[in-house]
Write a protein that binds this ligand. Structure first.
Ligand SMILES: C[S@@+](CC[C@H](N)C(=O)[O-])C[C@H]1O[C@@H](n2cnc3c(N)ncnc32)[C@H](O)[C@@H]1O
Length: 223
């Protein structure tokens, strides 16, 4: 049986301002309707669409610098990438997703929401290395941090940032990824919390700043 989409909580009006408000409500309907019917979101998630999905993803914008090119790795139903595009019209967002069923849903959502700052790209992160470069990579529920680093760092410019939504295990994953952080040439890696007073608990992110990877260094010296 399908669950009912709840009314947006009051805080949503403060998070989704201006044109973002109508788009956020429209996206909530899309997720609760076609998103569930096509199996991109479990029916039990419908009552939690506002707090667990839309708001939790929107507050990640606090960690995203202005005017950046952002790639959302493993975007699924557009979380967090499509929500970030809604709240931040200044950024250009690439939703990267390998599964056709999901990219079709994403393309239809982008069109329905009339977003002109989003591109949908079908593919795997590791296939994009060396072909495209971004300022920020975001990801939620895609892979453990060490694997995510392998996929994300080659997509980032030097000084670019991986922002991984990690929740409760963030500190553990950061410690476990130590070797990969060094191998990938990370400049800094830290835990950041966002959404204080907006989501409960605040969202925990791992932010990794890309340095010059050994791979990039080798490529440059060969020229
Ligand atoms: C559990 S879902 C999470 C979706 C969304 N980020 C969310 O939080 O709801 C993981 C997504 O990562 C995608 N994925 C898996 N391997 C990938 C890869 N190598 N590159 C990019 N995306 C990948 C899957 O197709 C799937 O849509």
């Amino acid at each position: 049986m399908s669950e009912e989409l709840p009314a947006p909580p009051d805080i949503a009006r403060e998070v989704f301002t201006g044109e973002a408000w109508d788009r956020a409500r429209a996206f909530a309907e899309i997720l609760a309707g076609p998103g569930v019917v096509r199996g991109l979101l479990g029916p039990r998630e419908v009552p939690r669409i506002w707090d667990r999905h839309l708001l939790n993803c929107a507050v990640v914008a606090e960690a995203v610098p202005e005017d950046v090119r952002l790639v959302d790795i493993g975007s699924g139903a557009g979380l967090p990438g499509l929500v970030l595009a809604i709240v931040r019209p200044d950024i250009r967002v690439t939703l990267l997703e390998p599964l056709l069923r999901r990219t079709v849903f994403l393309e239809e959502s982008v069109e329905a929401l009339k977003l002109d700052n989003v591109e949908v790209l079908r593919g795997r992160a590791e296939e994009l290395a060396g072909k495209r470069e971004f300022d920020v990579a975001s990801a939620r529920a895609v892979a453990p941090l060490d694997r995510l680093l392998k996929w994300a760092m080659p997509l980032l410019r030097e000084g670019g940032e991986l922002i991984a939504m990690k929740g409760e295990r963030a500190a553990e994953e950061l410690a476990e990824a130590d070797a990969q952080l060094k191998a990938g040439g990370a400049r800094t890696a830290e835990l950041v919390t966002v959404g204080h007073g907006k989501v409960e608990p605040p969202a925990t992110l791992v932010r990794v700043v890309a340095g010059r990877t050994p791979e990039r260094g080798r490529r440059r010296r060969r020229r």
